[in-house]
Design a protein around this ligand. Sequence first.
Ligand SMILES: [Zn+2]
Length: 62
Amino acid sequence: MTYQEKCPICGTVNKDLNLDETNGWFICEKCGSEVNNLTHCKTVKIPFLKTDDDIKNYFGIT
Ligand SMILES: [Zn+2]
């Protein structure tokens, strides 16, 4: 199965990507950036947020 993903860097739609083989990584045909779009829609890693204060700091809420 191939996928169609939009490059988050330049916005170019990359077609016929074999994301299953690469764990979601692809190289944009336009700008050459290595991007992983699976991280956007599957698991979002939020670093070291243990308390409400951590969360506020992370998102810049004061
Ligand atoms: Zn790009």
